[in-house]
Write a protein that binds this ligand. Structure first.
Ligand code: HEM
Ligand code: HEM
Length: 228
C-alpha cells in the first residue's frame, strides 16, 4: 500500500517541531534539569517532554501502522511501543511541571490548560491500556477486535487532536507569563519563535490525521488493506 504524502509532510514538521522546542528551551530559556536551584529549568522539561513525547512520537506511532513496511504483527508492535514511549515521556513532563510548581510554591490545576492537559493525558493512558488488552495481550476475539477498530481509531485521533489543542493552550499561557512578568518583547525573536512553533504543531497535527485517511477507499476497506 502506498504511503500517504501527508506522512512525509508530518515527518518534516515533526523534525522542525523538535528542533524549535530544543532551541527555545536550551537557547532562549537556559536549558533543562529535573533538579536545580534555578526552578525555571525544571519547568522547561515539561514542554520538551510533552512535545517530543505525546505530539511527535505519538504522531509517529499513529502513522507507523500504515506507513511502515513489514508484517501486521511487526507494525502492531512498533505502534504499541512508540505509543508506550510517548506515554512515558509524557509522564516525565507532567511530573516535571508538578515538581516545578511544588518547589516554587505555585498552585496546581488552576488553568484550562492544566484541566484539559491532565484529562488528555489520562485518556491517552486509558487508550493505550484498552489497545493493549484488545489487540495484543490477552487480545479479544476476532469479531470484537474487528468491531473495536473504528472506535480505537476515532478515539485515538480525538485524543491526539486534544493533545495538539492542549499544547496550543500551553504555548499561549507560557508566552503570556513571559510577556507579563519577564518583560519579553511582544514582537521579539522569542515570541515569534514560540508562535511559529505553535503553528508548526497545528500543521503537524493536521498532517498526522490526514495521513490516516485513505481517499481512494472507505475506512473499512482501508482497514482490511492494512491487514486487520
Ligand atoms: C500534550 C501536551 C501537554 C499536556 C498534556 C500538558 C499538561 C499540563 C498539566 C496537567 C499541567 C498542570 C500542572 C500543575 O497544575 O501543577 C500543566 C502546566 C503547565 N503547562 Fe502544560 N501540558 C502540555 C503541553 C505544554 C506545552 C507545549 C507548554 C508550552 C510551554 C505547556 C505549558 C504549561 C505551563 C506554563 C504550565 C503551568 C501553568 C498551568 O498549570 O497551567 N504545556 N501542563
Ligand atoms: C495511546 C495509545 C494509542 C493511540 C493514541 C492509538 C491510536 C490509533 C489510531 C489513530 C489508529 C488508526 C490508524 C490508521 O487508521 O491509520 C490506530 C490503529 C490501531 N491501533 Fe492504536 N493507538 C494506541 C495504542 C494501541 C495499542 C497499545 C495497541 C495494541 C496493539 C493498538 C492497536 C492498534 C491496531 C491493531 C490498529 C489497527 C487498526 C486498523 O486496522 O485500522 N493501539 N491506533
Amino acid at each position: 500500500m502506498a504511503v500517504s504524502p501527508f506522512t512525509y509532510v508530518a515527518h518534516l514538521l515533526a523534525v522542525a517541531a523538535a528542533v524549535l522546542i530544543l532551541v527555545w528551551s536550551i537557547h532562549f530559556r537556559g536549558g533543562l534539569a529535573l533538579n536545580s536551584t534555578n526552578k525555571s529549568l525544571i519547568f522547561n522539561v515539561h514542554p520538551v517532554m510533552m512535545l517530543i513525547g505525546i505530539i511527535i512520537l505519538g504522531g509517529e506511532a499513529t502513522m507507523s501502522y500504515r506507513a511502515l513496511p513489514g508484517s501486521r504483527d511487526a507494525r502492531k508492535r512498533v505502534h504499541l511501543m512508540l505509543h508506550g514511549v510517548a506515554l512515558v515521556l509524557g509522564a516525565v513532563g507532567i511530573y516535571a511541571v508538578f515538581k516545578y510548581h511544588k518547589e516554587s510554591n505555585i498552585s496546581n490545576m488552576y488553568s484550562l490548560h492544566s484541566w484539559v492537559g491532565l484529562g488528555t493525558f489520562c485518556l491517552y493512558g486509558i487508550q493505550w491500556i484498552m489497545g493493549f488488552v484488545t489487540f495484543f495481550f490477552p487480545g479479544a476475539s476476532a469479531s470484537t477486535r474487528q468491531s473495536m477498530v473504528p472506535w480505537h481509531a476515532i478515539f485515538g485521533l480525538f485524543i491526539y487532536i486534544l493533545a495538539v489543542g492542549t499544547a496550543q493552550l500551553g504555548f499561549i499561557e507560557k508566552l503570556t507569563f513571559l510577556q507579563l512578568y519577564n518583560k519579553l518583547g511582544k514582537y521579539g525573536s522569542e515570541a515569534l519563535l514560540v508562535n511559529f512553533m505553535a503553528l508548526v504543531v497545528i500543521f503537524l497535527g493536521a498532517a498526522v490525521v490526514l495521513s490516516t485517511v485513505n481517499f481512494k477507499t472507505t475506512r473499512l476497506e482501508s482497514q482490511k488493506s492494512i491487514g486487520l
